[in-house]
Ligand binder design. Structure first.
Ligand code: GLA
Length: 374
């Protein structure tokens, strides 16, 4: 996965993208994906937000140009019944208002930076504080609140944006490309970025999944495994202590599947909101697997990233009005945020999070949705 410096930046598409004439519908060729688009709403300044629908043989995915937000992801269960597996809102307003990052692209730096402070080459930087004493998910206006420029691809859609030098306190002008593609049962999300000055970069997607369907009140019947021998203990503000701890003989040992309900009730009542340490190889490697036995749905995740934040929606409290009037209580979804380790910019022993002007950030995560027949 080396840098591909020759790759031309994506061609810009002026908004709004004209509606495509290709008809949606199920595909006979499993490798083929159809892409269509429509206007979803307008931002307060009048800019139109476009929603793209990607249809493969087994997944229907909807993504917005605002925040590059995944708004729905539909698959069938073992009896052929379709359900939408991600939490979200019916209208653009829901996504413009403050919300817990449903489905969004997260940047410039996903997860927490202690007290929003870091220094690079002897220069100190201070970010906005938006999570207790820390900076979380890019700051006050992260990439989840930005209107991206879309480009339709044969199997998906590529979004690009430029984060200006000094954006949210971060150094350097950062150009970013996020590409969603469907290939049969697999959704891939590729993240690329280049910068004019050395800056931390950590990009992820913050989809909240429930394999029984969004709006089902718990994920306690989901079986989860994460291929990690180590995890990062955190302080009470969720900043890693610096220790890279073994999962052996702890409730973080998810190398063999656990049924989440039993596991949380017996061992970790609040649920998970922790980084698990993955392979540092930057090669595509399996990292997590979630099985929902009642529906037969299986999600398998692979990534080039060195970490994954496993979050069991501990902060949801049922107060948001979700799609179709759904209520989203605590533990009604899980996030598998593949990313670099939290606060890596302040921890020398964590994987390097700095992107330099002569480099390209390039990471991909693959989400495979299949069905286990009984
Ligand atoms: C991440 C964090 C959580 C929480 C959610 C958003 O997953 O790790 O602590 O902040 O985002 O609510």
């Amino acid at each position: 996965m080396g840098p591909s410096r020759q790759t031309a930046p994506p061609r810009s598409v002026r908004q709004p993208v004209p509606p495509t004439t290709r008809a949606p519908g199920r595909q006979s060729d499993p490798a083929m994906t159809r892409v269509c688009n429509e206007t979803f709403g307008s931002l307060p300044d009048g800019s139109p937000v476009v929603r793209f629908t990607l249809r493969s043989s087994s997944i229907t995915l909807r993504v917005l140009s605002f925040g590059a937000i995944v708004t729905s992801l539909e698959t069938e269960d073992r009896d052929g019944r379709a359900a939408d597996l991600v939490l979200g809102f019916d209208t653009l307003e829901g996504y413009i208002n403050k919300h817990p990052y449903f489905g969004a692209a997260i940047g410039r730096v996903a997860n927490r930076i202690a007290q929003g402070k870091f220094s690079i080459d002897g220069k100190d930087y201070q970010l906005a504080i938006n999570d207790g004493p820390n900076s979380l998910h890019g700051g006050l206006k992260g990439f989840d609140k930005v209107l991206w420029t879309p480009e339709i691809l044969p199997n998906g859609v590529k979004f690009s944006m430029t984060s200006v030098d000094g954006d949210e306190g971060y150094p350097g002008e950062l150009r970013v490309w996020v590409t969603y593609e469907l290939n049969g049962e697999e959704l891939s999300i590729n993240y690329r970025a280049t910068t004019s000055k050395t800056t931390p970069v950590n990009l992820t997607n913050h989809s909240y999944f429930n394999l029984a369907g969004h709006g089902i009140p718990t994920i306690y019947d989901h079986e989860v495994s994460i291929e990690a021998e180590n995890y990062l203990p955190v302080d009470k503000t969720s900043i890693p202590t610096g220790e890279i701890a073994s999962v052996v003989n702890t409730y973080f040992d998810l190398r063999n599947p656990v049924v989440l309900g039993n596991h949380i009730k017996n061992k970790l009542t609040e649920g998970f909101d922790h980084n698990f340490c993955l392979s540092l190889s930057k090669q595509r490697s399996p990292c997590a697997r979630v099985y929902h036995r009642p529906s037969g749905r299986l999600l398998e995740v692979e990534t080039t990233q060195p970490g994954i934040q496993f979050y069991t929606a501990n902060f949801l409290d049922g107060s948001l009005k979700g799609k179709g009037g759904a209520i989203y209580p605590k533990h009604s979804a899980f996030c598998l945020e593949t990313q670099n380790w939290p606060d890596a910019v302040n921890k020398m022993e964590f994987p390097d999070v700095l992107l330099r002007p002569n480099e390209e950030y390039n990471h991909t995560t693959w989400f495979k949705f299949s069905v286990v027949k009984q």
